[in-house]
Design a protein around this ligand. Sequence first.
Ligand SMILES: NC(=O)c1ccc[n+]([C@@H]2O[C@H](COP(=O)([O-])OP(=O)(O)OC[C@H]3O[C@@H](n4cnc5c(N)ncnc54)[C@H](OP(=O)(O)O)[C@@H]3O)[C@@H](O)[C@H]2O)c1
Length: 347
Amino acid sequence: MSPASPASLTEVVLPGRVDPEGLQLRTRPVPEPGPGQVLVAVEASGVSFAEQQMRRGKYYDQPPFPFVPGYDLVGTVAETGAGVDPGLRGRRFAVLTKVGGWASHVLADAGDLVAVPDGVGAAEAETVVVNGITAWQMLHRVAGARAGTTVLVHGANGGVGSTLVQLARRAGITVIGTASPRHHDAVRALGATPVDYRDPDLAARVRELAPGGVDAVFDHVGGEGIVDSFRLLARGGTLVSYGTAATRDVPGSSRAPVLKLFARLLLWNLLPNGRKAHFYNLWAGSRRRAAYQARLREDLGQVLALLASGEFTAQVAARIPLSEAARAMRLAESGTVTGKVVLVSGS
Ligand SMILES: NC(=O)c1ccc[n+]([C@@H]2O[C@H](COP(=O)([O-])OP(=O)(O)OC[C@H]3O[C@@H](n4cnc5c(N)ncnc54)[C@H](OP(=O)(O)O)[C@@H]3O)[C@@H](O)[C@H]2O)c1
């Protein structure tokens, strides 16, 4: 261990189904990186919707309790293991982790590192790790959205949603964004036309703005509202479903709402209706590790480059110390934020 690395690390533990205040802080010795690994001194990690589901035991791929949450992080390499270029030390990288990111130090495979361009801050880069990959891939790899088209983005003030809006606008796409009224000014500032997602006439409001239907809908809400999302598509349009936020607080299996959604999407694809329905999964293809890592580097690299050039503005909702993860989680769940709540650690 180099003299620069401390002897112990701090991490946040989710011990079971608890309120945010039930999160625990733990310290333990800093581990040595094994072959092919690096030790990352974490500067920023994100609070995602996934952790809201995980603390309720409602994440589709729920990890067993207790565990350290944290879907993504940005930090600098503190130590390198055998077979890893020692020149990586001191450089800033982003890592998609799914769990484990809410810590001061994290072991990562060197192949999972995505370089953060010089001049981009850790918290700013953090906002586009899981959100940037998800938004970029849904927009460009799944929907194949083109300039001159119109899309509907649900939850346009959220982490993924606000990223999608900016990427779509930059690609010359007109965006209608659903959000609660308190976020309409922020959604407008991102370049989208806001509509209230709680409006019982939401579909009619969208049709007023896009009488011929929209070319793509990005829907993380699921539930019965997904039917309207599909109906709002123009002929040739694409529904990109990527979550079931509507069922976060519904008791019962975490998988049942997703499986019901899959069945619906499958049926819509089989019917001759001239529209397509996809479920986007960030982890699809991750068993073919090298190809998956290369795709992440390419896609996240594109978003980070836009951030570095100033063509994309990071939406940091708040920077909160790692030791106050409970407050960060409460804030992320409050329905009052635009963008991403970021946990910051280090000096
Ligand atoms: N499939 C994948 O691979 C993948 C990858 C990444 C993320 N996701 C999904 O993407 C979604 C967004 O994640 P995030 O981290 O960006 O979350 P976030 O920052 O917490 O934003 C969530 C957004 O959803 C809105 N929302 C919450 N509950 C809702 C409901 N019941 N009905 C309608 N809107 C609701 C929120 O509006 P308010 O602010 O008004 O509450 C907010 O705009 C999540 O559902 C997550 O599971 C999926």
